[in-house]
Design a protein around this ligand. Sequence first.
Ligand code: NAP
Length: 294
Amino acid sequence: MRAELIDGKKIGQAMRAELRPEIAALRQRGVTPGLAVVLVGEDPASQVYVRMKGRACDDLGMRSETIRLPADAAEAELLAVIERLNADPEIHGILVQLPLPKQINETRVLHRIVPGKDVDGFHPENVGKVAIGDPTGFRPATPYGVQQLLVRSGVPTSGAHAVIVGRSNIVGRPMASLLLHKGKGADATVTVCHSRTRDIGAVTRQADVLIVAMGKPEFVRGDMVKPGAVVIDVGVNRVDDATTEKGYRLVGDVAFEEAAAVAARITPVPGGVGPMTITMLLYNTVQAARQWAD
Ligand code: NAP
C-alpha cells in the first residue's frame, strides 16, 4: 500500500482564499488586520520565515510590519519595541520570531505581549484559554494547522487514538489540548510521548493518528506506524546532502518512504504542516482584528 498525501500547500491556499472576504469586510469597517513581526539577529532560517509571513500578509491585503533588531540587542530594547506595538492601534497581532539570542529572556519577552495581540498563543492567558476550550484564546499556529489538516482531509478524530510524540509548549502540549476538546477535529483519546517514554514504538503503533514533533530527523520508522494510520510529520530538519546545490535537504521526523508504505495518509516535508502554520497565523491575526473591532 502507498499512503495518500495530505497536501498542506493546497489546503493552506484554500484556507487563505476563504479569509479574503472577512478581511475585505473588516477593511470596510476601517480595520485592516495588521501583523508585526519582530526579528532579533540574522538567523538565516528565521529570516526566510519572516519574509514568508510578510509576503503572505501583503498577498491578502493585510498590513505587515517587520522590526529588525541586531543580534546583540539588549532585552530592554526588545521590550520597548513590544510596548510600542502593544499600544499601536494599527497592529492587531505581534509575533516575536524565535529563537532569541542568549542575552534575552524568552519568557519575559513573550509574557510582555498583550494577550489580545499574542497571535502565537504563547502568553499564559492564551495557553489557559486554549486548555479550557475558550474560543477567544489564540491557538498556537502549528497545532491549529495540524488540526485543520485533519478536519479538511476528512480524517475522523472522534474516538480515535491520537498519539503525539513531543511535549513542547509550541507543538506537542497545545496539540494534545486541541485534540482533547469536544467537537470537530477533536474528541480524540490522546497519548503524549516524550524522551522518557518507554518502548515508544509500542505506543506509536497504537495510533490511529500519529503526530510527530520531535526535531529528530527520520526518527519514526515504518515499523513504528500502525497499518492504515494517518501520519502528520511536524518536524523540519536539515540534513547534509552533497548531491543538492545547497549542500543539505529538509527531512521530517518520520522516515517518509517507510511510513508511506504502511500508513493510509501522510504529510510530506516540506509541503505538509509548514504552509499551514503560516496560514493559521494569518487566521489568528484576523481573529485578533475582529475581536478588537467588535
Ligand atoms: P522541541 O521543543 O525541541 O521539543 C521536542 C520534543 O520531542 C520534546 O518534548 C522531547 O522530549 C521530544 N523528544 C526528543 N527526542 C525524543 C526521543 N528520542 N524520543 C521521544 N521524544 C523525544 O521541538 P518543537 O519546537 O516541538 O519542534 C519539533 C519539530 O517540529 C522540530 O523539527 C521543529 O523544527 C518542527 N516545527 C515545525 C513547525 C512547522 O511549521 N512545520 C513549527 C514548529 C516546529 P522531552 O520533552 O522529554 O525533551
